[in-house]
Design a protein around this ligand. Structure first.
Ligand code: BTN
Length: 236
């Protein structure tokens, strides 16, 4: 059955998870590290991984066709936002596509790697760093931790197990209604946003997220643009 592998120190839980996934470990196998020496963020950024934060990668084997894989990440952000809200009472919101925010500040980061076979997903390694009892604002001024918000330490284990249980259950239901649930938690819709994609920068107002997870942005001239991938920044 799936296990939780614990490391005091790892380069990156993504690296360990890749080896486990390639050697055929079961769905929901998880790698947790107390700290990471080479924590990885999106777009080749470094993810500061000091003691006190929660750093893990869960190996998922959803029976989804490749074109549905976006659902895995939306499911993860809904699960995490819900668990943080339920356990801590913090008003966590989701920023498109997958960041959890409190106010304007970032509580987590999410990274995924996948392998496919034919039209199907073989595994998705979902790496999540949650600012729990660490001090993230030193490295990243727009970040905040649960400890900063509550004024006391919070057990990382509760976030981890709460998330894994929630995620597993939602995937058993094939990520059903995930976009609708994501919309209940989002702070993006209605906001003026700047979207950076690999090709362009768009500015406008976020008006919706469609059933494929794409953000619909209304440009200044009223035209609607559909964005599937990109970084989203709120414009105040
Ligand atoms: C981001 O840039 O927002 C994504 C950050 C993802 C960080 C997590 S921490 C656990 C896992 N291991 C890594 O090296 N990165 C992810």
């Amino acid at each position: 059955e799936p296990l939780i592998h614990f490391y005091e120190e790892a380069t990156s839980t993504m690296t360990i998870a890749r080896d486990l996934a390639e050697s055929g470990c079961p769905h929901m196998t998880t790698v947790v590290a107390q700290r990471q020496t080479k924590g990885r963020g999106r777009l080749n950024r470094v993810w500061d991984s000091q003691d006190g934060g929660l750093y893990f990668t869960v190996i998922l084997r959803p029976s989804f066709p490749i074109n549905q894989v976006y659902k895995v990440l939306f499911t993860a952000s809904v699960s995490l936002a819900q668990v943080v809200r339920n356990l801590t009472g913090i008003n966590a919101t989701v920023k498109w596509p997958n960041d959890i925010l409190v106010g304007e500040k970032k509580l987590n980061g999410m990274l995924s790697e996948m392998a496919t076979q034919d039209e199907f997903v073989q595994y998705v390694n979902l790496g999540i760093g949650v600012n729990v009892n660490n001090n993230p604002s030193k490295a990243e001024p727009n970040a905040v931790s649960i400890r900063d918000l509550l004024g006391r330490e919070f057990p990382r284990r509760k976030i981890l197990t709460g998330f894994l249980d929630n995620m597993e259950e939602r995937l058993e239901n094939k990520g059903e209604d995930v976009i609708a649930q994501w919309k209940q938690y989002t702070s993006t819709i209605g906001r003026p946003v700047r979207i950076q994609t690999t090709r362009e920068v768009l500015e406008g107002r976020a008006v919706d997220v469609n059933s494929q997870g794409s953000l619909i942005v209304e440009l200044a001239d009223g035209a609607l643009e559909e964005v599937f991938h990109g970084d989203c920044f709120y414009q105040s």
